[in-house]
Design a protein around this ligand. Structure first.
Ligand code: FA5
Length: 340
């Protein structure tokens, strides 16, 4: 192999190295030129065929060629590495002076919002806000409310019974009893909370829903007091005139008992699935406390009397926000909840 062919090889290889546009292309050029089976290695093998006195000069030439090509390779590699790094820095650049987006803010569930508004209203009227257990005894859920085991009124509320005779409370009324026992008369209390019934779910019935119980015990309490508080409550919730009607209603723990219905605010009266086509929605059963209930909680009905009501908070939320299916409220779909 002549000196000229070595120079040609170097010139061609330098061109090849400089032409590499990516690290992968450069690596391929390195293997072809400087690799174990590359052009320089092949030229090295030629050395053995030369006469001994020519070998030293040829070896020097080859070493020089190798050095030149290695330097050229290193230089090209540095330049490609720098290019890759600056492209990465450009792509991954972060402006650390930008304000952080911060956590996403949630908001209160519509039922919680109504509950809190009512708590505030009743507190301002001198009522205590009480809480009670969701797992109740038969005594507090039924017996102490004048509904003994054999009473047909037990069938009015389909009950989830638990092992051992306890139950999931079917209404917030057991908290009345706990309130009377704990605080005694005179008493003004409300008890918002979750209740459970073993019933089939439809547009206006849930198995798990919210009620707000209210009770006032004092001397000479009449239906006029009851009506005053119920009207104050509805005005605070709806901020507009709502048509109501009172029907006689039967609950063993009140006498007389009433059902306060409001005209359906979803359809405005002509009928829809929420009001079962009747134009009215049952919202607020209430009445004067049955003397038996007072007596069972240690209060003398000769001296004290009172009223009680059990507002359906979930239905109230539907009426206030125009929700036509109760299942939306606890369905957990954020697209629904984000509207409030
Ligand atoms: C009661 O639960 C009585 N404890 C209320 C009461 C308290 C009467 C104090 C007198 C004195 P009722 O079963 O009607 O009553 O339920 C009360 C309210 O809860 C209803 O008016 C209705 O608004 C709501 N409600 C009843 N069942 C359901 C249900 N399945 N889904 C959603 N709301 C319901």
């Amino acid at each position: 192999m002549s000196e000229d062919s070595i120079r040609e090889l170097v010139a061609g290889s330098l061109e090849r190295i400089r032409a590499a546009r990516t690290l992968e292309e450069l690596e391929a050029a390195r293997v072809e030129v400087l690799g174990r089976k590359g052009a320089l290695a092949i030229a090295g093998k030629e050395m053995g065929k030369l006469p001994p006195d020519a070998r030293a000069a040829f070896g020097k030439l080859l070493n020089g060629a190798k050095q030149t090509l290695e330097q050229s390779y290193e230089a090209r590699k540095r330049s490609l590495d720098e290019g890759a790094l600056s492209r990465r820095l450009d792509g991954e650049w972060l402006d650390l002076t930008l304000p952080a987006p911060g956590p996403r803010r949630g908001h209160l569930h519509p039922i919680t919002r109504i509950q809190r508004e009512l708590e505030e209203l009743f507190r301002s009227l001198g009522f205590a806000v009480l809480d009670g257990p969701e797992v109740e005894t038969e005594y507090y859920n039924f017996d102490a409310l004048n509904i003994p085991a054999t009473h047909p009124a037990r069938d009015m509320q389909d009950t989830f019974w638990l092992e051992g005779g306890n139950l999931l409370r079917t209404h917030t009324s057991p908290v009345q009893v706990r309130g009377m026992e704990r605080l005694g008369p005179p008493l003004r209390m409300i008890a918002p909370g979750r209740v459970f019934r073993n019933e089939s779910v439809d547009a206006s019935h849930e198995h798990t829903f919210y009620q707000l119980e209210g009770m006032m015990i004092d001397r000479d309490v009449s239906v006029a007091h009851l009506l005053y508080f119920m009207k104050t409550l509805l005005a605070a919730i709806f901020h507009r005139e709502v048509t109501v009607r009172l029907r006689p209603g039967y609950f063993p723990f009140v006498e007389p008992g009433f059902e306060l219905d409001i005209q359906c605010l979803i359809c405005g009266g002509p009928g829809c699935p929420v009001c079962k086509q009747s134009g009215w929605v049952e919202l607020l059963p209430c009445g004067l406390v049955n003397p038996n209930v007072l007596r069972m909680s240690g209060i003398d009905p000769g001296e004290w009397n009172g009223f009680a009501f059990g507002l359906g908070l979930t239905r109230l939320a539907m009426m206030r926000y125009g929700i036509d299916d109760i299942r939306h409220l606890q369905g957990g779909d954020l697209r629904f909840l984000e509207q409030f």
